[in-house]
Write a protein that binds this ligand. Sequence first.
Ligand SMILES: CC(C)(COP(=O)(O)OP(=O)(O)OC[C@H]1O[C@@H](n2cnc3c(N)ncnc32)[C@H](O)[C@@H]1OP(=O)(O)O)[C@@H](O)C(=O)NCCC(=O)NCCS
Length: 301
Amino acid sequence: MTTIRRFCCNDLLRFTSVNLDHLTETFNMSFYMTYLARWPDYFQVAEGPGKRIMGYIMGKVEGQGESWHGHVTAVTVAPEYRRQQLAKKLMNLLEEVSDKIDKAYFVDLFVRASNTPAIKMYEKLGYVIYRRVLRYYSGEEDGLDMRKALSRDVEKKSIIPLKRPITPDELETERSESLSQGRIPGPEKGDPCSILLTALYAESSLDVEVEALQAFKRSVTRDLLGALANWTEANHHRHWSGIACDPSSSRVISISLLEIQLEGEISPFVGNLSSLQVLDLTSNSFFRSYSTSTRIMLPAN
Ligand SMILES: CC(C)(COP(=O)(O)OP(=O)(O)OC[C@H]1O[C@@H](n2cnc3c(N)ncnc32)[C@H](O)[C@@H]1OP(=O)(O)O)[C@@H](O)C(=O)NCCC(=O)NCCS
């Protein structure tokens, strides 16, 4: 018998077998924990006999105005359980939450252009290719941005395909512009918390995020193992070691640099990372020395 239920922390210790598939996007623990804490309804697992994990889906809801949408961050089913409609059920669940609970306009996802089985599945489920994002995956393979309109998008405007491909930079700019317009997410119009959050998020552009990370690196006085060697402008900051970013906004959500013999001060500019959820510097030699006017604030989940 198969049970579909909410993903929980313990599942993080048991889902490796499903993650071994090379087409399954994997992330670090902090990233999964952030999703669990912020979008628990969007993280579901299918469990089989003997409590074996058969597959899971992980996603979120985000965007502004008519771009308010559900997003599938990862969906995967272990090879031995495929073609039993499991992924379909998990996708249907996420769509249901986006449609009925969050009143989103559409659901979207990114898929490798070469991942024919997944593309076929999404098409079968009613998704269309909205646009191609050039070299979206590690600067090499193109990604397809696929969308399915939900009931709130009565005119199905969200799925009218773009005529030309876009670059990952354009994707980021689009995201930043949407944030800086300060519009309020769909279902919570008028909610003072949303207004406050939108304003706070709008204040911090991606440049500010990169500058904050560079300031963090500058305040490290000793990096014996060269752990921060790839923190250079030649690499996008989402590829810097220990950094996890929100895949669609590229904002830093986690800095995890554990047991790598770093020494120095924690830069107060870390406080400018407006989406940061986790700062884990366990077993290094950091100290804090702030002027009384400096505050480090990590936003709540
Ligand atoms: C893609 C994936 C999630 C599909 O999982 P699944 O549980 O086997 O899919 P389902 O059984 O729910 O399939 C639903 C429908 O999608 C289509 N489909 C699924 N897999 C397919 C394949 N390999 N080839 C062609 N069509 C496929 C079929 O139309 C299928 O319905 P049918 O079996 O009645 O014909 C699974 O192959 C997988 O985990 N792949 C590796 C990870 C991955 O690529 N994830 C997506 C990243 S964006």
